[in-house]
Design a protein around this ligand. Structure first.
Ligand code: AMP
Length: 207
């Protein structure tokens, strides 16, 4: 099955996608992480994407298409797309290459999203995710698993978060409408416990 997770920053797309990947073996493809990997590895693409990401702007489509194309080529059992497509051009690109079966919209208010995103952190070394609101490390700033330093993403400051939310309403709402018109959109309340959201997704996908 090929599914798409869509929603405002902080709605828990990444968390839910990882759980689905573990359970069903579908490949989790997240453009944000792929771009961050390129920045860490100082690739040419990463260096071009960096300034857009830090400002909360979308990275130009031509760079995003390169990484999505590579990721889609290595998927055979099914995919969970997270963070792509974010606009109509990206949607057209996706549909030329892939068939999406279901789209899950994780519904969350702007206020909750800002609160969650500004509290999220991750380990610099093993990338484990934390949130200072409900999933703090045992020792301040130290990763429970590997002892690495816990840091905040460069684009998780309030100005960039607000910009990303604005972009979501500006560009991504057209993508949501498109799938809604096709009868492929499934709405799930994202203001619940992680396990409950996962159960609701599985129930609605009739898995
Ligand atoms: P995320 O991890 O999904 O919050 O994405 C972080 C940042 O990566 C975004 O604010 C954009 O700058 C960039 N990005 C991720 N996915 C895309 C995409 N599909 N199109 C353009 N830029 C993207």
């Amino acid at each position: 099955m090929n599914i798409l997770l869509i929603g405002i920053q902080g709605c828990g797309k990444g968390t839910q996608a990882k759980l689905l990947e573990e359970k069903y073996g579908w490949k989790h493809i997240t453009t944000g992480n792929l771009l961050r990997e390129n920045i860490e590895n100082k690739t040419e693409l990463g260096m071009k994407a960096k300034k857009f990401m830090e400002a909360g702007e979308l990275v130009p489509d031509k760079y995003v298409f390169q990484i999505v194309e590579d990721a889609l080529l290595s998927a055979n059992k099914g995919i969970i797309l997270d963070g792509f497509p974010r606009n109509m051009e990206q949607l057209k690109f996706l549909e030329k290459n892939f068939m999406i079966d279901n789209v899950i919209l994780l519904d969350l208010s702007d206020e909750k999203a800002i609160e969650r995103v500004s509290s999220r952190r991750n380990c610099e070394v093993c990338k484990k995710d934390y949130n200072l609101l409900y999933n703090k490390p045992e020792i301040d700033s130290v990763c429970d698993d590997c002892g690495g330093k816990i840091v905040q993403r460069a684009d998780d400051h309030e100005e960039a978060i607000k910009k990303r939310i604005e972009k979501f309403y500006q560009d991504t709402s057209e993508v949501i409408k498109y799938f809604s018109d096709q009868g492929k959109l499934i709405r799930v309340n994202a203001d619940l416990e992680i396990e409950t959201i996962q159960e609701n997704i599985i129930k609605k996908l009739e898995l």
